[in-house]
Design a protein around this ligand. Structure first.
Ligand code: HXC
Length: 258
């Protein structure tokens, strides 16, 4: 499928998806969101893709939902049309790992999209924020929920109430970003991380994604039970005997996703 607002490159089992509306700092409009959702679903179905990186430009990962697109909407338009729900639900159904590689602005829906990814690697220029309060609205796809679970109540309140931006160091300190790297190294670092993941058994990779995400959904006891049962289940895979056998034989494991 040809995309107009994103660019897809697949190389060495890693899909690099670049948001591409430079004139609007990659603001998320209907077209971009539906192309992104369709592209990620296609990556999910493509056996050549084992890990995904989403990035933007040096200036902006994404400066939020497209304000021009939203400005004249009524409550009924937003509510009855369930604004942003179908695309974000579709993105959340992707079972392969997704890394957000963030340089520059990740604001509003941009910050929320980054948080929908499995982890965030950012550059020193990154600025995260939930400035919707300045527009007379609030975050709509996770900025009050995921951000609070990630950085805690105090910082989430601060960002959502004042609209202030968080820089890269604060983002890493707060657990929002897993790593901070120089701007010019961002893509290399994110692709390197994706490449490492792509070499693992896809079964274990998808179990990790489900199990860690479950930590946000269920009580600890249930999460621990899920983790333990998945751990037990993996002993049914060939990749378990390959992985452990390879360690003991002092060689690289050759995983076959079964
Ligand atoms: C539409 C946007 C945009 C956005 C930037 N642009 N952000 N267009 N929607 N969210 C456009 C500008 O209008 C401008 O277009 C061009 O991109 C460059 O932006 P400038 O403002 O000129 O750049 P700069 O001065 O460098 O400022 C960068 C910025 C600022 C600080 C990121 O653009 C900004 O504050 N943007 C809005 C951030 C925001 O409020 N995000 C939350 C959106 S609401 P022209 O044509 O003039 O060159 C949201 C709700 C989420 O995300 C709910 C669920 C998804």
């Amino acid at each position: 499928m040809a995309y107009e607002t994103i660019i897809l490159d697949v190389d060495n089992h890693v899909a690099l998806v670049t948001l591409n509306r430079p004139d609007a700092l990659n603001a998320l409009n209907d077209q971009l969101l539906s192309e992104l959702a369709a592209c990620l679903t296609a990556c999910q179905e493509n056996d050549k893709v084992r890990a995904i990186v989403i990035t933007g430009s040096e200036k902006a990962f994404a400066a939020g939902a497209d304000i021009a697109m939203m400005k004249d909407k009524s409550f009924v338009d937003a509510f009855s049309g369930d604004l942003f729900t179908a695309e974000t639900d579709q993105i959340m159904r992707v079972r392969k790992p997704i890394i957000a590689a963030v340089s520059g602005y990740a604001l509003g829906g941009g910050c929320e999209l980054a948080m929908m990814c499995d982890f965030i690697i950012c550059s020193e220029s990154a600025k995260f924020g939930q400035p919707e309060i300045n527009l007379g609205v609030v975050a709509g796809i996770g900025g009050t929920q995921r951000l609070t679970r990630i950085v805690g109540k105090s910082k989430a309140m601060d960002m959502n109430l004042t609209g202030r931006f968080m820089d890269a160091d604060e983002a890493e300190r707060s657990g929002l970003a897993s790593r901070v790297v120089p701007v010019k190294k961002l893509i290399e670092e994110a692709l390197g991380a994706a490449q490492k993941i792509a070499e693992k058994s896809m079964v274990s990779v998808m179990v990790v994604k489900e199990a860690v995400n479950r930590a946000y959904e269920v009580p600890l006891r249930e999460g621990l039970l899920f983790e333990r049962r998945m751990f037990h289940s993996l002993f049914a895979t060939e990749d378990q005997s390959e992985g452990m056998g390879a360690f003991l034989e002092k060689r690289e494991a050759q995983f076959r996703d079964r």
